[in-house]
Design a protein around this ligand. Sequence first.
Ligand code: THU
Length: 160
Amino acid sequence: MRKINIGTTINIYDSQDELSQNLLEIILEARAALDKSHSPYSKFRVGAAARLDNGKVISGANQENASYPLCLCAEMVLLSAISSTYPNAKIETIAITARSNNRTIDMPISPCGACRQTMLEFENRQASPIAILLQGEIGPVYQISAVSDLLPVSFDGSLL
Ligand code: THU
């Protein structure tokens, strides 16, 4: 028997004031997207924004449904918007943030497993890393270099 150890490096900015203008802009776009959330059931707004290699910034927010399993995560809405408006663009960075009616979210929120898998498909397809920025409503910003860092030992098309 042998073991492998899989690690993920996260850059932590204690304050968004430490971010470059480029990164701050994406975070602010994700925060602005919170207003597009339709989340009357969970009352948990999630906003996501992406910078593309053509310079465009796109955003999306979670869209819930009275039939709960049909809820769309913000990341899914964002990726759908990108693939329908700029299908040939590469995604450089995705920022994700959240706001809740119940409490102040002061730590980064992390994308769910389905969204990680879907973002990974985009990353593999474009053959270049998508950096991920995570922030709560306030507090530190986590920066991860690639989606693959968030989903090690992943399932992908090369296995089919
Ligand atoms: N949600 C997202 O939008 N993205 C995630 O990665 C995790 C969860 C949404 C789905 C639902 O509308 C609300 O957060 C509560 O789960």
